[in-house]
Design a protein around this ligand. Structure first.
Ligand code: ME8
Length: 518
């Protein structure tokens, strides 16, 4: 029997369908896709989930504005997010919609469990509610807007709402949450955000209103049709629905999830409410919640509600899918905010991809194609310089990248890979195979061989970030599929020499300066 693989379950937020996807959503899903692909190549059994959050007043209002029913509206807009997966080459294993039957059943199951355990009770609610955020705010969190209306910290307008509501006993989970954080110091990253979460919980938790009677576009509360579930309890449950909660007792072995990737705007829901709901239902909380930063446009958050968005299709047209994926993860330390500047994208892509990795592969392989009868030379004795580069390639690169990605430090992981790209470009300049051609063809062959090994391993390790370019590079070595996973980043899987190569084609085009235009 084959050995059973370790499981890895990673999720994106499920996105609201009140408008089209933009760079912000794309960014989160790119990050998850890279982790999913990385873990698959590293031998894990991966489940990668994304989807759409389709209930709530905001969606209902958007549908009304569009003059169609909420169901028609969500069908249309959810499709945009599904299309994005194809467009950006996402490898999600599932796409969940909260209007699906499987999800409604899972939510109602969770609700009943919470009710049976005495974690939910019926009462009345009055407070300041922001439709845009689908959240209530405290009076002291609000400021006055220019027209005298009250404004939430997020910038959304709030209105006074009064309704009968079910409540979740969040207040009774304060100590248990703090204990949980204490015993899981890696639960939430980056650390500064985890500290904010802890101080929020320490400052005291109130019971949470978890149902609504003012609209009906939601999951009906079991046994009381007047109420639909609060959109956040509905939304968060998607992560267990997709694992088979309520149907499969084992949840396919995927629970607890390894990682919920979210933007910092929704950390509180994931790091406070969600683990509390789960613990209250007797389910383990996820292993990690990572809250990344925002893409800003001229200092302001890119957002559908504000209307200052960058469309993924524009980026693809300008830069291509892989270069876009690379740029967003390399440019800004993951966790920080970043201002999107097209000129920076052009420079980064030209320097790192066209001049860096692309040029390394192109000059090495076309030299071999022209001067070595299209065959990778076999190595002779290795020098110190050769073994030093190969040690980076075989021994240092993958463990470093693994370590960085396990902490979601994408920029550091890419730094580690590009350190090898740069070291290889330094190596080729120092060893100068074009000069050796005239003086020492045996040594020339060894140098070219060492370079091919570096390029082969680099091509394998860039696949999660740039799947198509990685494939194109590996095609230059005519490597079979089974030699494209991380196990092959090793001396054992090294080329022997004598392998034929096709005429090399450039993989990373240089972008022209006029494409800099904002
Ligand atoms: O909050 N920069 O959905 P949403 C970076 N349905 N990331 C951004 C971004 C930006 N400018 N704008 C959006 C919801 N995002 C809920 C989630 S989960 C159970 C329910 C990303 O459509 C980021 O990941 O408003 C953020 O958390 C998410 O999109 C919010 O998407």
């Amino acid at each position: 029997m084959p050995e059973s693989k370790d499981k890895y379950y990673v999720t994106t937020p499920i996105y609201y369908v009140n408008d089209k996807p933009h760079l912000g959503h794309t960014y989160t899903t790119i990050a998850c896709d890279v982790l999913a692909r990385f873990k698959r190549l590293d031998g894990y059994d991966v489940k990668f989930l994304t989807g759409t959050d389709e209930h709530g007043l905001k969606v209902k209002q958007s549908a009304e504005k569009a003059g169609i029913s909420p169901q028609e509206f969500t069908d249309q807009v959810s499709q945009n997010f599904r299309d994005l997966c194809g467009l950006m080459n996402f490898s999600n294993d599932d796409f969940i919609r909260t209007t699906e039957e499987r999800h409604i059943k899972a939510c109602q199951h969770l609700w009943k469990v919470l009710e049976e355990r005495g974690e939910i009770y019926l009462d009345k609610y009055a407070g300041w509610y922001a439709v845009r955020d689908e959240a209530y705010y405290q009076e002291d969190e609000l400021r006055e807007g220019p027209d005298g209306k009250k404004i939430a910290p997020s910038g959304a307008e709030v209105e006074w709402m009064e309704e009968e509501s079910y409540f979740f006993r969040l207040s009774s989970w304060q100590d248990k949450l703090l204990e949980f954080y204490e015993s899981h110091p890696d639960f939430c990253l980056p650390e500064t955000r985890f500290n904010e979460v802890k101080s929020f919980v320490r400052s005291g938790l109130k019971d949470l209103s978890v149902s609504r009677t003012t609209f009906d576009w939601g999951v009906p509360v079991p046994g009381n049709d007047k109420h639909v579930m609060y959109v956040w309890i509905d939304a968060l449950t998607n992560y267990i629905t997709a694992a088979g909660y309520g149907v499969d007792h084992e949840m396919g072995g995927y629970w607890p999830a390894d990682l919920h990737m979210v933007g910092k705007d929704i950390l509180r829901f994931h790091a406070v409410y969600w683990p509390a709901f789960l613990m209250a239902a007797g389910i383990q909380p996820p292993k990690r919640v990572f809250a990344h930063g925002w893409w800003l446009i001229e200092g302001e958050k890119m957002s559908k509600s504000i209307g200052n968005v960058i469309a993924p299709a524009d980026l693809i047209e300008r830069y291509g899918v892989d270069a876009t994926r690379y740029f967003v993860l390399r440019e800004v330390p993951f966790g920080n905010d970043g201002d999107f500047v097209h000129a920076n994208a052009v420079n980064r892509i030209n320097n790192d991809l066209a001049n860096g990795l692309g040029n390394l592969a192109q000059r090495t392989l076309s030299f071999i194609y022209k001067n070595c009868e299209g065959k990778i030379p076999a190595p002779a004795e290795l020098t110190e310089n050769d073994t030093a580069l190969l040690a980076k390639v075989y021994d240092e690169m993958l463990p470093t990248v693994r370590r960085e990605l396990d902490q979601q430090r994408f920029h550091k992981a890419l730094d580690a890979i590009w350190e090898v790209v740069n070291a290889s470009n330094v190596y080729i300049d120092i060893e100068a195979p074009w000069a050796l051609k005239k003086t020492d063809t045996v040594r020339m062959g060894t140098v070219l061989y060492v370079l091919c090994e570096a390029i082969r391993c680099l091509s394998i390790i860039v696949q999660p970030v740039m799947p198509e370019s990685g494939k194109a590079l590996l095609d230059l070595f005519i490597l079979p599929e089974e030699k494209r996973c991380f196990q092959s980043i090793s001396r054992d899987a090294a080329l022997k020499g004598g392998e034929g190569i096709p005429q090399p084609q450039g993989v990373f085009p240089r972008l022209q300066l006029e494409e800099k235009a904002a």
